[in-house]
Design a protein around this ligand. Structure first.
Ligand SMILES: Nc1ncnc2c1ncn2[C@@H]1O[C@H](COP(=O)(O)OP(=O)(O)OP(=O)(O)O)[C@@H](O)[C@H]1O
Ligand SMILES: O=P(O)(O)OC[C@@]1(O)O[C@H](CO)[C@@H](O)[C@@H]1O
Length: 307
């Protein structure tokens, strides 16, 4: 069974403008709401690919109710959230000439809420998969990712992590099966600026040395690099009109897992993951199976010969 854990879900409020001019009145051309948060996005894309998952995390208030109501329409999702006080956050996503995101901080999480979530995670069984993804509300214990990773390890389940800085770093001692930082997140982790593929690979390997089994670095419109124990793979991307990239990375994680479970091939999983990321970037919502299938033949994978 696949589980996703979103400690800080959101309602994503996506606004399309001709351009965003700070300090002036900006009028919107198109607006949309959707349930968001990285783990929730992973689950929605898994659903779109016909794969079941259970969703852990915290929801609160009217925005939390909206998320639960929206998730009910998906056939393969089983929401299992902890209800907390306050409101689930609203994250604003602005698409003008460039993309601007304003992510709010999330509700208060008390000790009981914390323990209630860990109790759910303790039900995991050997060979289950848990994806923990995204930021955490500031009130939650700072070592929550480490604690969750410890439980997943004790259960003999597989851990997948998509998070920034110390949240990600704190899981590495438990040897996650897969981590997926983007290039900026990789740079932040080591306080460096990375220009070339070789530099990206060098720092991704440092994460492997710290414990990650497989490291997937997403490079936005430039594809992705996957470092496994045996090979380094590079995917290209496709040029098309970008509608909104929100959730492209989460789609990539979902696509990777969906394909890896089926084919047990890293090359195939990277190809499918890249197509899922691009399918999301090229559409209004998150990738659907049809959209991914239209792109897949255009994704090429090379094994990188390092120098
Ligand atoms: N402009 C684009 N054109 C084509 N494909 C894209 C584009 N942006 C993203 N993708 C696809 O989606 C994948 C993930 O994108 P990205 O690196 O932006 O993830 P991310 O920063 O984690 O995104 P998010 O946090 O919004 O989920 C890329 O590796 C690529 O396959
Ligand atoms: O603030 P976080 O948790 O880092 O990111 C949250 C978020 O930006 O990530 C998703 C896209 O990946 C969105 O649905 C959501 O708004």
């Amino acid at each position: 069974m696949i589980y996703t854990c979103t400690l800080n879900p959101s309602v994503d409020y996506k606004l399309k403008l001709d351009d965003l001019v700070p300090g002036t009145l900006n009028r919107v051309k198109n607006e949309e709401y959707s349930p968001g948060g990285k783990g929730i996005n992973v689950s929605i894309v898994l659903n779109n690919l016909g794969i079941k998952s259970t969703l852990f995390g915290y929801v609160a208030g009217f925005t939390g109710s909206y998320i639960k109501e929206q998730l009910n329409i998906y056939k393969y999702l089983k929401p299992d959230f902890v209800e907390v006080s306050g409101q689930t956050r609203i994250n604003v996503k602005l698409k003008g000439q460039t993309e601007t995101e304003i992510n709010a901080s999330g509700p208060h999480i008390n000790e009981d809420n914390y323990l209630a979530l860990l109790k759910k995670i303790k039900k995991l069984k050997s060979r289950d998969i848990l994806v923990i993804a995204g930021s955490v509300p500031s009130s939650i214990k700072h070592n929550v990712y480490n604690e969750i990773a410890r439980i997943v390890d004790e259960k003999g389940a597989f851990l997948v992590v998509d998070a920034t800085k110390q949240l990600l770093r704190s899981t590495l001692e438990f040897k996650p099966f897969l981590i997926k930082p983007n290039k900026v997140e990789l740079e932040e982790l080591f306080d460096v600026k990375l220009e070339t593929d070789n530099e990206v690979i060098k720092y991704a390997k440092k994460l492997q040395n710290l414990g990650a089994k497989n490291v997937l670095i997403s490079l936005g419109g430039d594809g992705a690099v996957l470092i496994t124990q045996d090979f380094v793979y590079r995917s290209n991307t496709i040029q098309s009109e970008v509608i909104h990239t929100v959730g492209a990375g989460d789609s990539m994680v979902a696509g990777f897992l969906a394909d890896y479970i089926k084919n047990h091939s890293f090359e195939s999983a990277l190809r499918f993951a890249t197509a899922c990321g691009s399918a999301t970037a090229f559409s209004k919502g998150l990738a659907t199976k049809d959209e991914v299938e239209k792109l897949i033949s255009q994704i090429k994978i090379n094994i990188v010969k390092e120098n």
